[in-house]
Design a protein around this ligand. Sequence first.
Ligand SMILES: Nc1ncnc2c1ncn2[C@@H]1O[C@H](COP(=O)(O)OS(=O)(=O)O)[C@@H](OP(=O)(O)O)[C@H]1O
Length: 244
Amino acid sequence: MDKVGQDGFRLSQALSSIRDGVVVWETGGGKAGKMVVVGDLMPKTLEGQITMEKTPSYFVTKEAPARIYAMSRDTKLIVVVRDPVTRAISDYTQTLSKKPDIPTFESLTFKNRTTGLIDTSWSAVQIGIYAKHLDNWLQFFPMRQILFVSGERLISDPAGELGRVQDFLGLKRIITDKHFYFNQTKGFPCLKKAEGSSKPHCLGKTKGRTHPNIDPEVVQRLRDFYRPFNMKFYQMTGHNFGWD
Ligand SMILES: Nc1ncnc2c1ncn2[C@@H]1O[C@H](COP(=O)(O)OS(=O)(=O)O)[C@@H](OP(=O)(O)O)[C@H]1O
């Protein structure tokens, strides 16, 4: 859940929230990383409260479903997804902003550009294969405990998407259109009033970075690559996200 979402919730509901943090990744030893902490760091939840924790990497971490299930099998899971092609470009843009020397998007996308073979081990590509990741979660959690929020609709209709979230969590629909306005300069909706303040609150500077122009042929190849995975994902979730 992003900041606008979190703020939106705090606006209206008794909600205890911590930011990214319950999971610690150990690096070193040449291993990709290991999740080591769960559970005890979660704040105590009082009657009538919902405790939230958000870590984007959970969704694509093989061990996460089993560990969260062991902590609490009733946990409700919310994942924001967007068109995997745009997601990959956004991911690359974020990395590029930190490491300007990385190779081009086009060269990272392919194992072999001539044959058009996509490098599915590149995380920017791999993360967007949502159907595959969802399969891991469905080994532990039923679909009714998982909500997929559309990243595109979070921009075009934030109140509508948050309406779905409130329903899913069994909360009253308190966040509505009247809590948002669209900031044309940012290209994102903002909250009219931030939590505990009378001032508006928009997403931070790092949201809405300009993406580099990518060779349209490469974009098309990626669209073709993702199409079957997207179709499977729509089937699994019963929701057409309209990416194709
Ligand atoms: N509320 C909301 N609605 C719609 N889209 C949103 C929202 N919050 C973040 N974003 C977009 O998600 C992209 C990744 O954002 P972050 O920088 O937060 O990434 S990260 O999770 O911190 O790694 C990044 O996409 P791009 O800006 O297109 O690159 C963010 O703009």
